[in-house]
Design a protein around this ligand. Structure first.
Ligand SMILES: Cc1cc2nc3c(=O)[nH]c(=O)nc-3n(C[C@H](O)[C@H](O)[C@H](O)COP(=O)(O)OP(=O)(O)OC[C@H]3O[C@@H](n4cnc5c(N)ncnc54)[C@H](O)[C@@H]3O)c2cc1C
Ligand code: SF4
Length: 464
């Protein structure tokens, strides 16, 4: 505990944000980090609780509580206050392979478990985490770590989202030769093709992939492992296979859409936006530019679609939310996220309409023109985006490897092994649609099980 009276002396300081009107003009990050002195004060507010709930990482009555990675939060908060960045970094990297991702996009269940928050405001744990890793990259104190010797064992990790990257990183550091197989042109999974650049810059993902490559991991992109011939070859050539293919199957819209253009799923829209904006591609999924956009659904995906449509200069954007407004109120107020603030500033109104669903679509010559809602409103619409959630993992890849699955891959309780010898599964593909922090925890824990399978023992600590 750096400063004994820190939590009494200093208040929580939030990172500031660029104004909504300014930031919708570009795709750059909108958070403005705290200065070093402010961060030290925040580190000094940590009370080093006897039982640090912030790092507990448990599910309590269906809600995540504390850090699923069991990050050693009080320790690095202390080091931030004491001005010992190298020790803060080494304690942070003990439990989290990629703090530069979680420090940007994690909803921070650690902060809702922070005891300081019971009597005032929680410690700014997530921002402290981000500062430790970003200072290390900026100061070039992140050094490449190659294993001292190789085990001679080969592991194929299928999918390069946070779960696959975490599994690959752990297994590589244990000396196994790891090849990450990715269907898309670039690694990163939803870190690259889902979460927009203003929340997680693509250069941050690329920086980590380059470091991992330098440390010995091989990335093979543009290879679809659901092709039975590819799956067969991987099974023959590798000592273990870890499937981390996400939970990409979207929940169907439930409307008659046959023969109507101008409709896509939220993940398709966001992927196309990234490809167009960051990688100079011309994807088939249309841009929202000049269009009346209706987004169905709520949650991260729907918000990211609102924010991306605004940046593409849509004519209007409306978000249909099935549940009533009252269901979302906190202390009598309706919480807004970054996208809703932006819509309010550009369009002059909150884009959300609560307690309604789309009932029917209208089209002219096969082109979408309007959405009729359950309360009878006819909303002009040239682009309908369904952010209606996820129905589970893709079946083709499970079938190619012969593994048992229903909504997600079936594994025994507490295990990551599938029903097929030497095939493991982790991340959203096993857990269902979740969060980056859980995907990293899954990848790390699957790596421990794979290491034990290959070596007969492991010294990788399980996160879960
Ligand atoms: C729009 C959106 C916004 C989100 N925002 C947040 C957020 O702000 N904070 C947060 O914590 N979480 C967020 N999430 C959730 C988070 O991104 C996921 O929980 C996390 O990425 C899951 O990681 P994963 O590695 O299991 O799968 P993914 O990230 O989905 O990666 C799976 C990878 O497997 C590859 N793959 C699939 N099939 C094959 C195949 N047959 N052959 C080869 N490769 C294959 C895919 O191309 C992909 O690269 C968001 C999700 C979405 C959709
Ligand atoms: S990973 Fe998420 S839950 Fe864990 S310390 Fe960081 S912000 Fe908190």
């Amino acid at each position: 505990m750096g400063k004994i009276t820190g939590f009494l002396d200093d208040a929580r300081e939030e990172v500031s944000e660029r104004s909504p009107a300014e930031r919708v003009q570009d795709w750059e990050p909108f958070h403005i980090p705290l200065h070093e002195e402010q961060r030290r004060r925040q580190g000094g507010r940590c009370m080093n609780c006897g039982v640090p709930y912030c790092q507990s990482g448990i599910i309590w009555e269906g809600r995540g509580f504390g850090c699923p990675l069991h990050n050693l939060i009080p320790e690095w908060n202390d080091m931030i206050y004491m001005g010992n960045p190298s020790h803060a970094l080494s304690r942070l990297l003990k439990t989290n392979n990629f703090p530069e991702f979680t420090g940007r996009v994690c909803p921070a269940p650690c902060e809702s478990a922070c005891i300081c928050g019971m009597y005032g405001d929680a410690v700014t744990i997530r921002d402290n985490e981000l500062s430790v890793i970003e200072d290390a990259f900026a100061g070039k104190t992140i050094k490449r770590r190659r294993p001292p010797q190789w085990s001679g064992k080969k592991v194929a990790v299928i999918g390069s989202g946070p779960a696959g990257l975490a599994a690959a990183d752990q297994l590589n550091h244990r000396g196994h030769s790891v090849t990450v197989v990715e269907r898309e042109e670039r690694p990163g999974g939803l870190l690259t093709y889902g979460i927009p650049n203003m929340k997680l810059p693509k250069s941050v993902v690329q920086r980590r992939v380059e470091l991992m490559t330098d440390e010995g991991v091989t990335f093979v992109t543009g290879l679809d492992a659901s092709d039975p011939a590819v799956a067969k070859r991987l099974m023959k050539e590798y000592d273990a296979v870890v499937l981390c293919c996400g939970a990409e199957r979207p929940r169907p819209l439930g409307l008659e859409t046959d023969g109507i253009s101008g409709i896509c799923y939220g993940t398709e829209f966001l992927k196309a936006a990234v490809e167009r904006q960051q990688f100079g591609k011309s994807p088939e999924v249309p841009s929202a530019e000049g269009k009346n956009v209706v987004i169905i659904g709520t949650g991260d995906t729907a918000s990211d679609c609102v924010a991306s449509a605004l940046r593409q200069k849509c004519r209007s954007v409306i978000q249909l939310v099935r549940r009533p407004r009252e269901d979302y109120l906190k202390n009598g107020e309706l919480p807004s996220d970054y996208a809703h603030e932006e819509a309010l500033s550009v369009m002059g109104q909150d884009p959300r309409r609560f307690g309604v669903q789309a009932r029917e679509l209208s089209a002219e010559n096969g082109v979408l023109t309007a959405v009729t809602t359950t309360d009878g409103d006819v909303i002009p619409c040239d682009l309908l985006i369904a952010a209606t959630g996820f129905a589970g993992c893709a079946s083709a890849v499970c079938e190619a490897f012969g593994i048992a699955y229903d909504r997600t891959v079936r594994t025994a309780e507490g295990s990551f092994a599938t029903n097929v010898e030497k095939v493991f599964a982790a991340g959203d593909m096993r857990r269902g649609q979740s969060l980056v922090v859980w995907a990293i925890a899954e990848g790390r824990t699957a790596a421990a099980e794979v290491d034990e399978f290959l070596n007969g023992y492991t010294n990788i600590v399980r996160s879960l």
